[in-house]
Ligand binder design. Structure first.
Ligand code: 13P
Length: 247
């Protein structure tokens, strides 16, 4: 199964979220494309709206972009995994590089969040990625394997885990597109260690309609995690079609 989804990051009003989700609802009315598992990760403000439009039995999984490791308490500004589940999320994105860089997310908090997510029966989408200087010095594989190992420390059953490899140098409007040669070694290492144990191993970072098929052709890549190119419904539906055509 290829997991193909998008995080909207800090984008979309409720009206915009509604438009996108209505388009997706129409597109998956007959079921998701064969072999493809779609998912969308709206901002928390739009979570209940998105879930209400899709309905409880939708083939689309819905997530949150972050959740705290405690179930409840005096943690101003945070939401917990049980709250996310209550609002309709089945998936929790954890450790995106923007959160590690700007919101002091560490390997330790990522590990706590993975455990909290699994404890409540949701699916962690664990994001890992190396900075440009690590890539340039040939340290990508060691960096990524260490990040994943730290995130999964003490987790016995990783069967529900999704790993997203998102090189920091490839993410966002200042990122550069990665070619297959840039990512093949990391996916070989991830696949060898986790390929038959986790749910999927996704690639993210400047994925677009022009490079998606080629990226899915890299050994060990079993999904795409997309930002900008999937923020408009037509772009996202194109990516779902491209993925389905590679199955
Ligand atoms: P872009 O696809 O916009 O580079 O973002 C990738 C990403 O960070 C997905 O979470």
């Amino acid at each position: 199964m290829l997991w193909v989804g998008t995080s909207w990051k800090m984008n979309k009003t409720l009206a915009e979220a509604t438009d996108f989700t209505n388009g997706l609802l129409d597109a998956v009315a007959g079921g998701a494309p064969a072999g493809v598992q779609p998912f969308i990760i709206p901002p928390a403000t739009a979570l209940t709206t998105v879930r209400a439009i899709l309905g409880p039995d939708s083939p689309v999984e819905v997530g949150v972009q972050n959740a705290h490791w405690e179930d409840a308490g005096a943690w101003t500004g945070e939401i917990s995994v049980p709250q996310a589940a209550d609002a309709g999320a089945s998936l929790v994105e954890i450790g995106h590089s923007e959160r590690r860089e700007f919101f002091a997310e560490t390997d330790q908090t990522v590990n706590l969040k993975v455990k909290a997510t699994l404890r409540h029966g949701l699916r962690p989408l664990l994001c890992v990625g190396e900075p440009a200087e690590v890539f340039a010095s040939g340290g990508s594989v060691a960096h990524i394997m260490a990040q994943v190992a730290a995130a999964l420390e003490g987790v016995d059953d990783v069967g529900r885990v999704l790993i997203a490899y998102e090189p920091i140098w490839a993410i966002g409007e200042h990122g550069r597109e990665a070619g297959p040669d840039d990512i093949v070694a990391v996916f070989a290492a991830l696949d060898a260690e986790y390929g038959d144990r986790v749910e999927a191993i996704l690639y993210g970072g400047s994925v677009n309609q022009g490079n998606a098929a080629e990226t899915l052709g890299v050994d060990g890549v079993t999904g795409l995690f997309v930002g900008r190119s999937a923020w408009q419904i037509d772009g996202y539906l194109d990516l779902l079609r491209i993925a389905a055509a590679t199955v």
